[in-house]
Design a protein. Structure first.
Length: 616
């Protein structure tokens, strides 16, 4: 369900406004109403840019930390917490990280240049530049050349004292020694060598590598020791950005002497806020909620429905005037997941895995992960019991194991493929009709009782036809009772389609709705066949992997079980991954398309975000 919200206006003298904002933030329950920004937005943009820089570096350091752990093979831990960092300290730390990263990039370019020069000189072998310099002082010039082997003229050896150094494939590398200012006139490409010799280049490369290693160690230490400080700085910037945004949304009245702010607060917390502000003499007034107000959305669901809120948020939040669909989609999603996965063994594995993670990793897991594990436990339970409908257990059939208790269970719950197919369609019809009932409630809540009567007509018509088809003894199809029910439904559909409008317009819209219902309803129901098809395909794949493991097992006492275990492990792991993905995606598709459409769900709400301190 959606928490009830109260709207308030606050009027504060301009000199008291900053203390008021501080007090409002300490209360931490008011969602500030957004409006056109008032004043200069440059400060807000700078804070956003600073946070963007910071988040980029935090991702970079997080990656470096993971790489360091992988290389060391150790579970190196970060400090449990950090001191409360100041803005100046945070900016200095961020600048240090960026400068170190930029220096690393420069070092990489320097090392690449040195490595390139060393590779070039390695072709010519080991030599000293000092010898070349002595020849130059003696009046001789040493020149280095390269040319195809077929183009090398042996006459150059006498004329220019050419010396072949080496030949790589079809290329000859040679040098000439000629008197100064008399360069050799030969058809070869002259090579410009680096200014330093191989030994000096290697020494420089070692020094640059040592400096690079030092920079890497520095960044790694920051990644482990100062990451919490960066998070603290991020929260500090977030607090400043939130305060700056509130200032921008603040109206200025009475020649800039008064500040006017509007906001929303959960009705359950409104009394405590009023007492706190009255005690300090701040002026406020409770306002009436207007139909067009953009009221923030805060969910207030029970422990079971709360686990499914992330699924609702993946689509969009409801409007304040709508029903929260989370409690209504939760049991359907849980059941649909179990049918799509459809293997009791897989469900048991999910249940045990999530339970083990909660029991043995409770201290290491973030608080946000624990509800996800609870949801996985529920989905595992659903899968286990849905798997009993077909007897699937890791690709085998438990009803073929010869256990008396399972044989008795088979007589009570087991279904063949035709029954599973029909059950999938029946579940689709039930969810669609249930969605239409919610549509009635939504329309009545938002627009009034009479606006839900047309949809009630469709529910009466569809439910009556279903009863007449399934139980002809109670209500014969197209009998007097069935036709009477259909007549009542037709009146609601065609004459109360759009209350308050012309009767002929109502009839026209009723015909249009009838066309859409006739063309869309069958397709909506048939979409639920995927509940049967996914479970069936997953079971077939599991049995195929079992057959492969048995058939490809070598006839060896030691190697046979090993190969069989590997095939089973890899095969079922792949099957679980693909089927769990499908068991999440397809029920979501049925929920967001078929169910929400027939429930008349529009969404578009904005999340409740109170103005409060972000701890750092």
């Amino acid at each position: 369900m959606i928490a009830k919200m109260s709207k308030y206006a606050f009027m504060v003298y301009h000199r008291e406004y900053e203390p008021f904002l501080k007090r409002l933030r300490e209360i931490g329950a008011v969602h500030v109403q957004e409006r056109e920004p008032v004043g200069d937005v440059e400060e807000s943009r700078q804070l956003q840019a600073e946070r963007k820089r910071l988040r980029t570096q935090m991702l970079f350091l997080e990656k470096r930390r993971n790489e360091a752990r992988a290389e060391d093979g150790k579970n190196r831990r970060m400090p449990a917490s950090a001191h409360r960092i100041t803005k100046e300290e945070g900016a200095a730390l961020l600048n240090e990280i960026e400068q170190t990263g930029e220096q690393l990039i420069k070092q990489q370019a320097v090392r690449q240049s040195l490595e390139k020069d060393i590779a070039l000189l390695s072709i010519w072998g080991e030599f000293e530049y000092a010898g070349i310099e002595r020849l130059r002082q003696a009046g001789y010039e040493v020149a280095f050349f390269t040319c195809p082997a077929s183009g090398f003229d042996t006459a150059w050896e006498d004329r220019y004292h050419a010396i072949r150094i080496t030949q790589v494939q079809s290329t000859v590398y040679f040098l000439t020694i000629t008197p100064e200012n008399t360069p050799p006139a030969i058809g070869a490409e002259r090579v410009r060598l680096p200014e330093h010799g191989p030994g000096e280049l290697r020494r420089r490369l070692a020094a640059e590598q040592e400096y690079t290693d030092e920079l890497n160690r520095k960044l790694t230490e920051i990644a482990f020791n100062d990451f919490h400080s960066l998070k603290s700085y991020d929260n500090l910037l977030l607090n400043e950005a939130a305060a700056e945004n509130v200032r921008l949304y603040t109206g200025r009245e009475a020649e800039d002497k008064l500040r006017l702010l509007e906001g929303w607060i959960p009705a359950a917390q409104a009394g405590a806020m009023e007492q706190a502000l009255e005690a300090e003499g701040y002026f406020f007034r409770k306002l009436e909620t207007a139909p067009g107000d953009d009221v923030p959305i805060l969910f207030r669901n029970n422990a079971f429905s709360r686990l499914f809120e992330p699924i609702s948020r993946l689509y969009m939040l409801p409007k304040y005037s709508e029903l929260d669909m989370t409690p209504f989609l939760a049991p359907f999603f849980m059941l649909f997941f179990g049918l799509c996965l459809g293997d009791s063994g897989y469900g048991l594995l999910l249940l045990l895995g999530a339970t083990g993670a909660k029991l043995f990793m409770a201290q290491k897991l973030p608080a946000s992960v624990k509800p996800v594990l609870s949801l996985v436990q529920l989905l595992g339970i659903s899968t286990f019991f849905c798997g009993l409908l077909t007897g699937a257990f890791f690709g085998t059939n438990v009803y073929d194991w010869g256990i008396p208790a399972l044989e008795q269970l088979k007589e009570k719950v087991a279904m063949d493929n035709s029954k599973m197919f029909m059950m999938a369609l029946l579940l689709g019809a039930v969810q669609i009709l249930f969605g239409m009932c919610l549509n009635v409630a939504n329309r009545m809540i938002q627009f009034g009782f009479v606006h839900g009567l047309s949809t009630i007509g469709w529910i009466i018509l569809l439910a009556g036809t279903g009863v007449a088809w399934l139980f002809p003894g109670v209500m014969p199809l197209f009998g007097t009772l069935h036709l009477s029910v259909a007549g009542i439904a037709a009146v609601l559909i065609f004459f109360l389609n759009s209350p308050g409008k012309n009767i002929f317009l109502n009839i026209g819209l009723g015909i249009w709705d009838a066309y859409n219902m006739a063309t869309g309803l069958l397709g909506d129901v048939l979409s639920y066949v995927r509940l049967f098809a996914l479970g069936l395909s997953g079971g077939i794949l599991a049995s195929v992997f079992n057959s492969l493991a048995t058939g490809m097992r070598p006839d060896n006492v030691i190697l046979g079980p090993v190969v069989m275990a590997l095939i089973l492990l890899i095969g079922h792991a792949l099957n679980i991954f693909m089927n769990v993905l499908g068991a999440v995606v397809h029920p979501m598709r049925l929920t967001f398309v078929e169910f929400f459409k027939n429930a008349g769900y529009t969404g578009g709400g904005k999340a409740y975000k109170p103005f409060q301190w972000k701890n750092y």
